[in-house]
Design a protein around this ligand. Structure first.
Ligand SMILES: *Cc1c(COP(=O)(O)O)cnc(C)c1O
Length: 355
């Protein structure tokens, strides 16, 4: 047969880092500079992020998204507080209890969220559920943008959610592991999708966007970020040679590379979705807005794909999750879809299969 599969759709962090990020990293590898963030690259990266977000926010760099979420939520919560989240939120399902651990016990309150998106009703439900001293007091709403299911909150939806949050005395934290994909999809400005829509703290993802390692935490209300550096240090998240976490952001944010990366990933997902939707027996699970495609595949088709060397995860409701990256090739998409079509064709024409 043809060549081995060299690009997978299992996760957007299977991909490497983009050349601009690596160039910025190498560029920072010069000379002796002050450690722990007291260097000119870190200063420049913070300034660049403030420019992109059109506001004078506090910026911190941490090693990964779990830390960005867990530490920022801990910053907003006392141990007796709670965090309102979607049931599929990464903080709830994929962070090994880090938000609870770093906050010293804050409970996560979640219920089924259609297409992975919270609504103002969810906020009212949880705030109204209990207000007695025996139940943890809601303090934060966390929104994932784009969501774990590949959908995107519009500016209007964010505004309605943050208004509901504000009216209930809650802060708004955003898990922006794939924030760039949401900016690319909506065409709204980074500011409009965050602080101008009421987001107080943003965990801004770099890794899945074409970075190598590291995420940023942005406090739009500077007061909320007070002493956050101590929390990062205590949590083992303060890099001593911080320039190597911060400088790559200069490459990612230069000439809108981050948005071009995200737009490409989104376009590949849209192409994949279109091809898969045309295959009899294959069903898309959620609207494809960012860089994720969730599909229901007949069991034998899943097995066939795995046998052909494709990797993918099926941990959400038995459907396959396919993720596109900044450098996913069209050929990869077309090959996956063609394999799917071929396997589905065999399955659909098999007289032994009862339906
Ligand atoms: C990948 C991801 C993160 C960050 O995960 P780490 O592995 O800790 O970097 C956070 N939120 C969402 C929604 C993610 O998909």
């Amino acid at each position: 047969m043809d060549t081995a599969i060299d690009q997978q759709l299992a996760s957007d962090n299977y991909s490497g880092a983009c050349p601009e990020v690596m160039a910025a990293l190498f560029n920072a590898n010069h000379g002796y500079v002050s450690s722990y963030g007291e260097d000119s690259w870190t200063q420049a990266a913070c300034d660049r992020i403030r420019e992109v977000f059109e506001t004078d926010c506090e910026v911190f760099f941490v090693f990964n998204g779990t830390a960005a979420n867990a530490l920022s939520l801990a910053q907003l919560c006392a141990p007796f507080h709670s965090v309102i989240a979607a049931d599929v939120a990464h903080i709830e399902t994929d962070e090994c209890g880090a938000p609870e651990f770093f906050s010293g016990g804050s409970k996560i309150l979640s219920r089924t969220a259609v297409n992975g998106k919270l609504t103002p009703e969810d906020i009212h439900y949880w705030v109204g559920k209990r207000s007695d001293i025996h139940y943890p007091k809601p303090r934060v709403v966390t929104l994932t943008q784009s969501t774990e299911l590949g959908t995107v909150y519009t500016v209007e939806e964010l505004q309605a959610l943050s208004e509901a949050a504000r009216n209930c005395g809650l802060a708004v934290q955003m898990d922006g592991s794939r924030f760039a994909n949401a900016v690319a999809y909506t065409g709204a400005s980074p500011a409009d999708l965050s602080w101008r829509s009421g987001v107080d703290v943003l965990a801004l993802g770099g890794t899945k966007n074409g970075g190598m390692i590291g995420e940023a935490v942005l406090f739009f209300r500077r007061k909320l970020g007070e002493d956050f550096a101590y929390r990062c240090k205590q949590g083992g998240q303060l890099a001593s040679k911080l320039r190597f976490l911060s400088a790559p952001w200069l490459g990612l944010l230069q000439d809108s590379r981050w948005l071009a990366n995200a737009a490409h990933a989104n376009a590949m997902a849209a192409r994949l979705a279109q091809q898969l939707a045309a295959i009899p027996g294959v069903e898309l699970r959620f609207p494809v807005e960012a860089n994720a495609v969730f599909v229901n595949l007949p069991g034998p088709v899943q097995t066939g794909l795995l046998n052909r060397g494709w990797h993918f995860y099926t941990f959400i409701g038995g459907s396959a999750r396919l993720m596109c990256s900044w450098n996913t090739r069209i050929e990869t998409i077309d090959r996956f879809a063609a394999d799917c079509a071929e396997l589905a064709g065999e399955f659909n024409s098999d007289p032994a299969v009862k339906r």
